[in-house]
Design a protein around this ligand. Structure first.
Ligand code: SIN
Ligand code: CO
Length: 373
């Protein structure tokens, strides 16, 4: 794949300052000569898999139908106005992963996935808005995008997908292969295929504070430490037996107020939460794993790479991989930071690795989190 000019004439820093979360950006020939990474057959094969999230959207007499995958059968290519969406193509395809990783000027904790859509003439998902930023890269054929900054985001009721009630487009662009459109969250848009087309959506992740709060409380439940048990040596005779005693509430409130969390708790929570694989992601280790000794030998020669499905993050002394966290010493951290940032570790880098790191790598190899390069 050719190197991305990606943002045209502007640098990632300028993009983040002037466009990210703020306004759309059309980049003609972000990837000159771009060719689709997956043919329709390969995409349809992905959509047939149980663990791949896919949807089929058809329009019949102006109404919308949506079917969730696995998609065993697709309408014929000659039929107009249908589209298939396949989420997480980067988890299954190296090229798709490499494309997603071109967007790493945005941190991994924010990158979500690469969704691929295929549509026949007139196909699309209707005028809508998304809650996330998105880069829409035209991969094959042409798609006409109409977009608008409207405040009215009310939706048509009773539809299987989000359709804006009053879509008021302000701009229109016809995208050809290699062209890319960035849209900030909540920006109204409607993309309609002109002939057969494929569009790649580079999507981002921004968990709601409610989701984070609920998960954080669960996380804290595992780590709080409140010794002792409720006691009432000064208990008085109950006049109204059903009434909760005031002293009981006071004592419990005092104890509950001892629940504290530190910045480190939040760090570990965020690292574990943001590296947790999605519910449909399953890892498969090697069918015939090498012994620890043979693994160490091969790794030192060939190096290791993170599995396409692995999410590895770090902060300070904490390293996170696929929902697990480790506190590591400085030397080990240096090695693991390379693996996290490069998503690969050359054999030579393993020369100085401690036994702890080698053991962790071996476990990750057995679990399919990393592979020999
Ligand atoms: C599509 O690729 O058809 C839809 C992408 C989007 O509008 O978010
Ligand atoms: Co959208």
């Amino acid at each position: 794949m050719k190197k991305l000019t990606l943002l045209g004439d502007i640098t990632p820093a300028q993009f983040l300052r002037d466009y990210w979360h703020k306004k759309p950006l059309l980049i003609r020939q972000a990837i000159p000569g771009f060719k689709p990474l997956l043919k329709l057959d390969a995409l349809a094969a992905l959509a047939r898999l149980n663990h791949v999230e896919s949807r089929l959207i058809t329009q019949v007499d102006g109404d919308w139908n949506m079917q969730h995958g696995p998609l065993t059968e697709l309408p014929p290519r000659t039929q107009r106005e249908w589209t298939m969406l396949v989420q997480g193509a980067n988890l299954a395809d190296k090229g798709a992963d490499a494309l997603l990783r071109q967007f790493r000027f945005i941190p991994d904790a924010r990158l979500d996935d690469l969704m691929i859509s295929y549509a026949t003439d007139g196909g699309g998902v209707g005028p809508h808005f998304d809650s996330y930023d998105v880069f829409l890269l035209q991969a094959h054929g042409k798609r006409r995008w109409r977009i608008g900054a409207q405040k009215d985001l009310s939706l048509v009721e009773g539809k299987p997908l989000k359709i804006l009630k009053n879509f008021k487009p302000q701009e229109e662009f016809l995208l050809e292969p290699g062209d890319m459109l960035y849209l900030p969250p909540h920006y109204a848009h409607d993309g309609v295929a002109e002939g057969e087309c494929m569009t790649y959506s580079i999507g981002f992740r921004s968990p709601s504070y409610q989701e984070l709060g609920e998960a954080f409380l669960q996380f804290m439940a595992d780590s709080i430490d409140l010794p002792g048990r409720y006691a009432d040596p000064d208990l008085e005779v109950a006049k109204n037996p059903a009434e909760i005693p005031r002293n009981m509430l006071a004592a419990i409130t005092e104890e509950m107020n001892k629940v504290r969390f530190t910045e480190e708790d939040v760090t570990i929570f965020v690292g574990e939460h943001m590296s947790e694989p999605k519910h449909n992601v399953f890892f498969t280790g090697p069918a015939k794993p090498l012994t620890m000794g043979r693994f160490a030998e091969s790794a030192a020669k060939r190096g290791v790479v993170l599995s396409l499905k692995s999410q590895m993050l770090y902060r300070g002394k904490h390293v996170f991989i696929n929902g697990e966290s480790f506190a590591v010493g400085r030397a080990d951290k240096a090695v693991l930071d390379v693996l996290a940032n490069e998503r690969a570790l050359p054999g030579a880098a393993l020369a100085g690795a401690s036994d702890d790191v080698m053991e962790a790598l071996y476990t990750w190899y057995q679990d399919g989190w990393i592979e020999l390069a």
